[in-house]
Design a protein around this ligand. Structure first.
Ligand code: UD1
Ligand code: CA
Length: 449
């Protein structure tokens, strides 16, 4: 039987004080709703996102992430139960179970949803996820008898005694799809907020004789994002976990607290990450590669044994071959660097292919942009590009070719040839000495006068 997902993402998120939808704010390079979807990664059913505030941009981002998602609109935000009923058309004949998650709650672990499924399998009709709160603040309180949930009372509606309860509602709930949709539609809005509360389905279910249970998780999982400060705190939580995972997976980091990771950073065994490295989205580092200090990488692939940095910038589409070198103040974009090739100093390689074993001298620039179009540079194997060569693309330089230092290459260079494309040197005997004395005399005259 499938388990479907309803992800609520319609709320205004007023406390972010943002023009952007709250769920589009990012942690580790991925929007909040994508983190929430990752919690549901093991679910095999339909996935429905309920959008509302800034709905068009949320829908666009959701479909870019996963085109199998269904987005439904909640035009007016009348409460969590009302939001769930927006998914009725998509799920009414879907059977199975449905779990409801909040789009602004990024850290629920897949294992926690499995524990909820296990409670369903053990006979619970409705399963809510609760947690013991260090500071229960304004969370909904869970009134229980053992692991049986009697009802949930929202903070606004709670008595002093009820507010003293520390078992709080995370918001996550799982039930048979038809039960969830039917009870959500049966909720009323006779409460302080005047909202249709999904939490009311606990009491509604029990009134029908259903078994309603609580599964608990660690409070850290239920962290919801309401403010920019929450967002920064969540980023710190994500980073700490991701670094701990890497250390547990045999990656060496001398100063892990200074390494910034993305949601999808992959780093292989025995790779070494020096201090102050930033991994933007889409980076894969293979085993035994070294990323030296102060490098910035995004959308790139670094093969085994390669050494990057210090102070290197790898932009999207950079693919470094085995044992290649990309050194300080080198920028690589949309380019393949061959096995054992070296680009060690002060260089820009963009829209290019560099063959195996080729050496690129300091200060080389692939001039890839003519102001309108981008052009490609192809350099063969075991070539030698002299320092400060400008390669005016589109250009091909053959295997084992050389360019002389300081050349401006605007014709292709056949394999094995040496291209010299620079002004001819002329020496004027004694001229420097004469020039120096003339200039010094002029300076002395100026100081006297
Ligand atoms: C909710 C729970 C509360 C729980 C808390 C945990 C209810 C009634 N209350 O309260 O018991 O302790 O979460 O954080 O469920 N949303 C919509 N459409 C709506 C209303 C809400 O999409 O009409 C979305 C919001 O964007 C948000 C989520 O649902 O992501 C939760 O809504 P919110 O109003 O923040 O509920 P809380 O008051 O936090
Ligand atoms: Ca909330």
């Amino acid at each position: 039987m499938p388990t479907h997902l309803i992800l609520l993402a319609a709320g205004a998120g007023t406390r972010m004080m943002s023009d952007r939808a709250k769920v589009l704010h990012e942690i580790a390079g991925a929007p909040l709703f994508a983190h929430a979807l990752a919690s549901a990664t093991d679910l095999d059913g339909r996935k429905v996102i309920v959008t509302g505030h800034e709905g068009a941009s949320v829908r666009k981002a959701a479909l870019e992430l996963d085109e199998t998602l269904t987005c439904v609109e909640q035009a007016e935000q009348k409460g969590t139960a009302h939001a769930v009923t927006m998914a009725a058309d998509t799920l009414k004949d879907a059977g199975g179970d449905t779990v409801m998650l909040f789009g602004d709650t990024p850290f629920i672990r897949p294992e926690t949803l499995q524990a909820m499924s296990a409670a369903r399998a053990a006979g619970a009709d409705i399963v809510f996820l609760g947690f013991e709160a260090a500071d229960p603040a304004r969370y909904g309180r869970m009134i229980t008898d053992g692991d049986t949930l009697i009802r949930i009372v929202e903070w606004k509606d709670a008595t002093e005694d009820e507010r003293a309860i520390t078992l709080c509602n995370s918001g996550v709930v799982m039930a048979a799809t038809d039960t969830l949709l039917r009870l959500a539609a049966a909720t009323g809005n006779d409460n302080v907020a005047g909202e249709y509360y999904l939490t009311d389905i606990a009491a509604l279910g029990r009134a029908e004789g259903m078994s309603v249970k609580v599964v608990t998780c660690d409070e850290a999982e239920t962290l919801g994002i309401n403010t920019r400060a929450d967002l920064a705190a969540a980023e710190a939580v994500f980073q700490a976990r991701a670094r701990a995972d890497l250390l547990a997976n045999d990656v060496t980091m001398q100063a892990p607290e200074t390494v910034h990771l993305s949601f999808d950073t992959h780093i292989g065994r025995d790779a070494v990450i020096e201090p102050n490295v930033v991994f933007g989205p889409g980076v894969t580092i293979e085993s035994g590669a070294t990323i030296r200090a102060f490098s910035h990488l995004e959308g790139c692939h670094v093969s085994a044994g390669a050494v990057v940095g210090p102070y290197a910038r790898l932009r999207p589409g950079a693919e470094l071959g085995n044992n290649s070198r990309v050194g300080n103040f080198v920028e690589v974009k949309n380019a393949q660097i061959g096995e054992g090739a070296k680009v060690n100093h002060l260089t820009y390689i963009g829209d290019a292919e560099i063959g195996d074993g080729t050496n690129i001298g300091a200060g080389t620039i692939t001039c890839n942009y003519d102001g309108v179009f981008k052009h490609r540079t192809v350099i063969g194997k075991n070539a030698f590009i002299g320092s400060n060569t400008l390669i005016v693309a589109p250009r091909t330089i053959g295997d084992e070719a050389m360019t002389a230092t300081g050349s401006v290459i605007n014709r292709d260079v056949p394999a094995g040839d040496l291209a010299v494309a620079r002004g001819k040197q002329e020496n004027r005997p004694g001229y420097a000495r004469k020039l120096f004395s003339r200039l010094r005399a002029a300076k002395a005259a100026k100081q006297k006068g």
